[in-house]
Ligand binder design. Structure first.
Ligand SMILES: Cc1ncc(COP(=O)(O)O)c(C=O)c1O
Length: 456
């Protein structure tokens, strides 16, 4: 169970711990016989794993900005696994999928197809710099795996630098570079040469520069690049879902260090590309272009599983070797969904909505700080927002138990969100959210936070 310990594991204390007593209490209060029946079947047939089976509840529908459970209770979904930039069941995405299904539903290897080509072209046109080459995969983790292979092939080196606490997917290669011990537990030997460094996070940083971060964490990456001497790539999430937003020069400094030491820079934007931060790609906020950029999640419109690796032209070096070769690598239906998603984002000005609604929410949340001491920090960019709950603002000790309590209260009141690192309420609503829905969610949050604030 999650506690107030700063050592609480990251993902396992995100309010979906299968054995949490608070979760059982929530289920006792909210689930009817039908939901229990299906949950029991789910638990019977699926392999059990943390954060997954057994599940909290059963869903019946999702549409726009909400999800609906079997009993018809609707919740604003500020979690959505980050697939719902254009909302759930977006009618324009569905129409594109249906049209494509009628014509060409699959494209066997040896052939290409027009939607896949159009999508590849569109992404390269949207992406910054000369990220001119694309490979698709049916999931983010697989695209990360392709990036790691390409980095090896292009540099002739195999070592990587990645960050503690990061997540890049659940396969063996991705957990080797991932920074959460939870995912590596009992997994035996992983990839060798995976160096880890502290992420940019001034409140919990081992370099202790405090609020005025002086980028010692970025300089440390150069130190490791130099000491190791043969690093193939530095890989990081441009902005983690904590969301600690790195100082403006953070990625510039790392970009320059990579160039000096012959290492490639791979940015993982699987959950945040396509507008969440208020720009199409988060790296645009930092004025740098990585050597590879990885997208996924909402790329398939929240319906089709699809991820993409974008790479610089000069990384087109594996013509004679296998880089991806996934069965659905040029799936025309997924490509049609992605094209409709990008069209929708542009046509409905979702980047602007992410920026303006995000600033509005940040301001409202910051106003809560004087009266709710549990809130240690409020931060965000676009519609990637975080409220860090602490038991003591001076030490920023994580208040994981209070966060867990707030999560279940909010769920009861009609708002779903994720906890990151156990104590950070992470809000990632659809970019289609309206102002009155944001108000509704913030009202629920405020009353949940007030209810769990210890009385003086
Ligand atoms: C930053 C990041 N990278 C990679 C992944 C893995 O993506 P997928 O679940 O599609 O394999 C995730 C998924 O949560 C993620 O958040």
């Amino acid at each position: 169970m999650s506690g107030d310990s700063p050592n609480s594991t990251n993902s396992l204390s995100e309010g979906d711990v299968n054995t949490s007593p608070r979760r059982s209490a929530w289920q006792a209060e909210h689930l009817d016989a039908e939901a229990r029946h299906w949950l029991a079947k789910d638990a019977k047939y699926f392999l059990h794993q943390s954060l997954s089976t057994p599940c909290l509840n059963v869903l019946k529908a999702c549409s726009g900005n909400t999800i609906e459970d079997l009993q018809g209770r609707r919740m604003l979904d500020f979690h959505g696994n980050n697939v719902h930039q254009v909302g759930f069941g977006n009618p324009e995405v569905i129409a594109a999928i249906v049209e494509q299904l009628k014509e060409l539903s699959f494209s066997p290897r040896r052939y290409t197809n027009i939607p896949a080509i159009r999508l590849a072209q569109r992404l390269t046109e949207l992406a910054p710099g000369n990220l001119n080459r694309v490979l698709f995969a049916p999931g983010g983790t697989l695209a990360i795996g392709m990036a790691l292979k390409l980095a090896r092939a292009a540099t002739g080196r195999f070592k990587t630098i990645s960050m503690w606490d990061s997540f890049h997917g659940a396969s063996l290669d991705a957990i080797s570079i991932g920074g959460e011990a939870t995912f590596r537990k009992n997994m035996g030997p992983l990839l060798t040469g995976c160096e880890h460094v502290p992420p940019p996070d001034n409140a919990h940083c081992p370099f202790r520069c405090g609020a005025a971060c002086n980028l010692q964490c970025a300089d440390y990456i150069e130190y490791v690049l130099e000491k190791e001497g043969d690093i193939a790539a530095v890989i990081g999430e441009t902005i983690r879902s904590t969301p600690y937003i790195p100082p403006p020069d953070y990625w510039k400094r790392i970009r320059a260090a990579c160039d000096r030491h012959g290492a490639l820079l791979i940015l993982d934007e699987i959950p945040i590309a396509l507008g969440r931060t208020g720009k199409m790609f988060a790296c645009e906020h930092f004025g740098i272009v990585p050597d590879m950029l990885v997208l996924g999640k909402g790329l398939g419109g929240g319906i089709m599983p699809l991820a993409a690796l974008l790479a610089r032209e000069n990384l087109n070096v594996m013509a004679e070797d296998a880089l991806g070769h996934y069965t659905h690598e040029k799936n025309p239906v997924a490509a049609a969904a992605a094209l409709a998603t990008i069209d929708y984002i542009e046509k409905h000005a979702l980047l602007e909505n992410a920026r303006s609604l995000g600033s509005y929410a940040l301001e409202r949340l910051r106003h809560l700080m004087p009266s709710i001491p549990l809130i240690g920090d409020v931060r965000g960019i676009g519609l990637l927002l975080g409220i860090e709950l602490v038991s003591d603002r001076s030490t920023m000790a994580r208040a994981c138990d209070s966060a867990d309590d707030a999560l279940y209260r909010a769920l009861s009141a009609g708002l779903s969100f994720k906890l990151t690192m156990g104590n950070i309420i992470t809000l990632t609503p659809p970019l289609t959210l309206a102002r009155h829905e944001m108000d509704q969610a913030l009202d629920i949050l405020e009353s949940s936070l007030r209810a769990v604030t210890p009385q003086a």
